[in-house]
Design a protein around this ligand. Sequence first.
Ligand SMILES: [Zn+2]
Length: 280
Amino acid sequence: MIQKGSLFIAVVVVLILLTTGCSAKDSSKPENGKKAGISDMQAENPASERLQEMLTDYPPVIQESIMSDTDGFLALVKKALELPDEIFVMADKKHALGEDFIPEDLVPLTDYSALTLSRKNLKLRMIVVPDLLRMVADAQKEGLTLVVSSTYRSYDYQKMLFEREVKLYGLETAERESARPGTSQHQLGVTIDFGSITDEYANTPPGKWLLQNGWKYGFSLSYPKGYEWLTGYRPEVWHYRYITPVGTELQRRYFNDVQQYLLMFINENRNRLREILDLF
Ligand SMILES: [Zn+2]
């Protein structure tokens, strides 16, 4: 009897446990539902937390402009990452392009009669041409001629230029004024030197117009004043790299209008940014 009694108790206990277990499970269901809602909200928080991590080494002004508008920033980054990777590829003293980086869609600029060229053998990537034509036409409407003076340079041509510069002025000056092969943005086929290629260009009406308006057409001043320590190059008021209008908007709105910071950020974080954007 005692055994039967304890068996009965044991069965009751097991049943109670099972029931409690079940009810515990049941009651956890709505909780799980709630949790899904919370984790949706949290999906935004990790995104901004992760952005904050990526920005640790960037100047406070850049951190502030991005963190105060993470949605707007990520929406633009999404558009930027949909562009071909090489639009934001780095070509500088720390990030050399290989000898074999030769753009496939180079076109001779003599094909476009609307362009004013200082030499005949200039080429650019086709991807630049529509916005360049638009920009040149708009400047022309204001009576200004944007002279295209230097464009695509092959690895070998840059090598020849650099070696010549070293012979003429010595290595130190050559490093500052010219670029070692592979480290010139001109090898990208999207970079243009305008006008006289001198400091005075900044004071000419076309030089001023470009500085004010180039970004609207996707052209970004690569080596601004005050950033030689960052870019590795002294200011070049004539040297613009095409990074598309999406790129220049990102640069202006979120990177204190400094191309180098934009390029660094995208290249350091390309994969992490893609992960964040997949959360949307
Ligand atoms: Zn240049």
